[in-house]
Design a protein. Sequence first.
Length: 154
Amino acid sequence: MRYPFLLILAVASVSFAALSTSTVSGYLDQLGAVYEEEDGAFWLLAEDSLSGESFPIFYIEVNASMEACFMAGPTPGFVPESGAGRAAAFEKLAELNATYPFVKFEHDLTNGEVICTYTFSTENGVGLEAFSAMLQVIFGTIDETAAELATLGQ
């Protein structure tokens, strides 16, 4: 009885190999994503319909030493530098963070841009389906909240 359990454990560990930059690039290739890799970080790209130039729209970073992966995407929201709109923007971000427990909304201190982030453990590996689902969660959340975030600071 002990040996079948060990066999299942061995198969499970093979099925979920550690997430590495080569694994992420393989997943992105399988998903048909257009991206650039730089020092273990990935920028998903979109193409400007007028100029045909590519520009980054999403960031993925694998940190092997921390056994974690970080994803971040921009939103149409901005936190004003000062005034009543600033407090209202922070209140909206707190509300969204309470409403969407799998992601975090935060703002860039240098320019006020609101980003949507997702961080997850890669300790036991991540399969393609899980990786794809995480991308769908964060892209779906950005899409679902875009109208609300676009009104920040107005």
